[in-house]
Write a protein that binds this ligand. Structure first.
Ligand SMILES: *Cc1c(COP(=O)(O)O)cnc(C)c1O
Length: 460
C-alpha cells in the first residue's frame, strides 16, 4: 500500500517544492518518510496508525523538505539578558558594518597588496595603525581568537623557558581553554607561584631565575575570589622587568572604555594595561570590544615583529571578513560616545532601565487583547542582566523582564515552543514563569517575540 516514489514525484505539491528545493533534498525527504512507514510495519504497529494515505504522506514530505531547507546556523532572539552569550554568538555587529564586509567579500581587495607601491603588502597592516592609536600600544597583530593570541605570544617569547603565573590566575575559560594547557602547547614551562587566594610581589621575585622568560598576568575575567585575597597588579610587576624578562597580560575581555563611568565596576582597559607597563597585552575581539571573533595582540613592536615571523601565525591567521569587521568596529572607538551608541555590546550594557521598561510595557499592551486572560498572566518584573562571555562575572545590571505565567498548560512545553518558532526565541524559566529580559532584545525584534508568544499560546 505504500505509494511509489514516481507517484509521489508526480504530485503537484511536490512539483511545486521542486521549483525551490534541490531534487536531491526532495528525494531524500521522500525516502525518509517512506522508510518511516516501513519501520512501523516491521514493528507491527497498529494498522490504523500507519499512514498509507498519499495526502498525509505528501504533507509529511513537505514539512521534512522545509526543515531540510533551513540553515543549520541561523538567527535567534536572545531574551536571556546575558549580553555576551557565547552559545548565542557573543557580540553582535552593527548592521552599518555589513556594507564594508560585503564590499570586501564580493570584490577583490588590497588584502595583501600595497596599492601605493604596487607591490605585495601585509594583511596585518590594515589594523595595526588604528589599534595602536586606540590602545596606545606600539604595534598590533590580530589572530583567530584570544586563545590563539596567548598561544602565539608564549610560543614566540617563552618556548622552552619559564613563565611565572600566580596560582590564583590559572584559569579555565569555556570548554577547553586552560592557561596551563595552552602554555604546554606553546612549549612554555609554567612556573606557578603564590596560592589560590594570595600571591605577593616576593613570590614572583623569588621565582625568577636564569630560565625565566616572562611574567604573565591573567585577568580572572570569569570568576572572582573574594575575602582574604591579594594579587599583584601589573603596575607593581613592572619593577621585575629586565632585558630578559617580559611582562605579559592576558586581559581576556579587552574593554577599551572605562565602563565605571556608566555604573559598571572598573575593569582594566587595554590602554591602562599598556600604560601600567605590560610589554604585551592579549584580548578577544568579540567580548567587551564588541567586534568579530578575533584575538588581538598589542605591545612592543620588536616583539610583535617576532610574532609575525612565527610559522604559527600563518596557521592562526584571520580572514578578510574579520579584518574588515574589526577595522570598522575599531573606528567607532575613535570617539567614545560613538562607540557607546554604535557597538551593540556596549549599547546593551548602558541601555537605560526606562528604555527597557518601555519595551516590556509596549509588548504587554499588544499581547493582552490577543490572549485569553484565564490561561495566561503577563507581568513586568525586576531582574538582573549579566555581561556574560566570562566578563565581569559579579556584575548584576538592573533590568526589567516580561514574565509569563500559565494558569493552564505546561510552562516547559511553552518555552520549547518559543524555541521552535521560525525565529527561535531563547528565554528562560524561573519559578514556573518564562522570563524575557529586554536588555538583549532590540526594538526591531519585539514583533518576533510577540509572534513567537502568540504561536506558543496556540499549543497551551
Ligand atoms: C575569553 C578569554 C580567553 C579566550 O578568548 P577566546 O577569544 O574565547 O579564545 C582567554 N583568556 C581570558 C582571560 C579570557 O577571558
Amino acid at each position: 500500500m505504500i505509494p511509489k516514489v514516481d507517484e509521489i514525484l508526480a504530485d503537484d505539491r511536490i512539483l511545486d517544492i521542486l521549483k525551490t528545493s534541490p531534487r536531491k533534498i526532495v528525494i531524500e525527504a521522500i525516502n525518509e518518510e517512506i522508510d518511516k512507514i516501513r519501520s512501523l510495519i516491521q514493528e507491527n504497529e497498529d494498522e490504523n496508525r500507519i499512514i498509507t494515505e498519499l495526502n498525509e504522506l505528501i504533507l509529511n514530505i513537505i514539512n521534512n523538505c522545509i526543515a531540510k531547507n533551513k540553515f543549520s546556523l541561523r538567527r535567534v532572539v536572545n531574551a536571556t539578558g546575558v549580553i555576551i552569550h557565547t552559545n548565542l554568538g557573543r557580540s553582535l555587529l552593527n548592521p552599518d558594518i555589513i556594507d564594508n564586509i560585503m564590499q570586501i567579500s564580493t570584490n577583490y581587495s588590497n588584502l595583501e597588496f600595497d596599492i601605493e607601491k604596487g607591490k605585495r603588502g601585509s594583511r596585518y597592516s590594515h589594523l595595526e595603525k588604528i589599534i595602536s592609536q586606540i590602545t596606545g600600544g606600539e604595534a598590533a597583530l590580530v589572530v583567530n581568537n584570544n586563545a590563539a593570541a596567548v598561544l602565539l605570544v608564549l610560543s614566540t617569547v617563552a618556548k622552552d623557558k619559564n613563565v611565572i603565573v600566580s596560582r590564583g590566575e590559572l584559569i579555565e575559560i569555556g570548554g577547553s581553554f586552560r592557561i596551563p594547557e595552552v602554555m604546554e602547547q606553546s612549549g612554555a614551562i609554567l612556573k606557578e607561584v603564590g596560592t589560590t587566594n594570595k600571591t605577593h610581589f616576593e613570590d614572583y621575585l623569588n621565582a625568577i631565575d636564569d630560565e625565566t622568560s616572562c611574567i604573565m598576568k591573567v585577568h580572572t575575567s570569569n570568576y572572582k575570589i573574594l575575602g582574604f585575597t591579594s594579587d599583584v597588579p601589573v603596575s607593581e610587576l613592572k619593577k621585575l622587568k629586565s632585558d630578559k624578562i617580559l611582562l605579559i597580560e592576558d586581559l581576556g575581555s579587552g574593554v577599551l572604555i572605562d565602563l565605571s563611568k556608566y555604573g559598571i565596576s572598573y575593569e582594566p582597559t587595554v590602554s591602562d594595561s599598556i600604560k601600567n607597563g605590560a610589554d604585551i597585552v592579549t584580548f578577544s575581539g568579540d567580548k567587551l570590544l564588541g567586534g568579530p571573533q578575533a584575538g588581538i595582540i598589542v605591545g612592543k613592536k620588536e616583539l610583535i615583529d617576532k610574532m609575525k615571523k612565527n610559522p604559527l601565525t600563518r596557521a592562526l591567521r584571520v580572514d578578510k571578513f574579520t579584518i574588515s569587521a574589526l577595522e570598522a568596529t575599531f573606528r567607532y572607538y575613535l570617539d567614545e560616545a560613538t562607540a557607546l551608541s554604535n557597538v551593540p555590546t556596549l549599547s546593551m550594557i548602558v541601555k537605560s532601565i526606562d528604555d527597557i521598561e518601555k519595551q516590556v510595557l509596549r509588548v504587554i499592551d499588544i499581547l493582552k487583547p490577543k490572549i485569553n486572560s484565564e490561561e495566561i498572566i503577563f507581568d513586568i518584573v525586576d531582574d538582573f542582566s549579566e555581561v556574560g562571555g566570562g566578563s565581569l562575572p559579579l556584575e548584576k545590571i538592573n533590568t526589567k523582564c516580561l514574565a509569563i505565567e500559565l494558569l493552564r498548560g505546561n510552562i516547559v512545553d511553552f518555552e520549547r515552543n518559543l524555541r521552535n518558532y521560525e525565529i527561535p526565541v531563547i528565554s528562560r524559566i524561573f519559578k514556573d514563569r518564562v522570563l524575557f529580559d529586554f536588555r538583549t532584545i532590540r526594538e526591531d525584534e519585539e514583533e518576533i517575540v510577540i509572534e513567537a508568544i502568540l504561536n506558543a499560546c496556540k499549543y497551551i
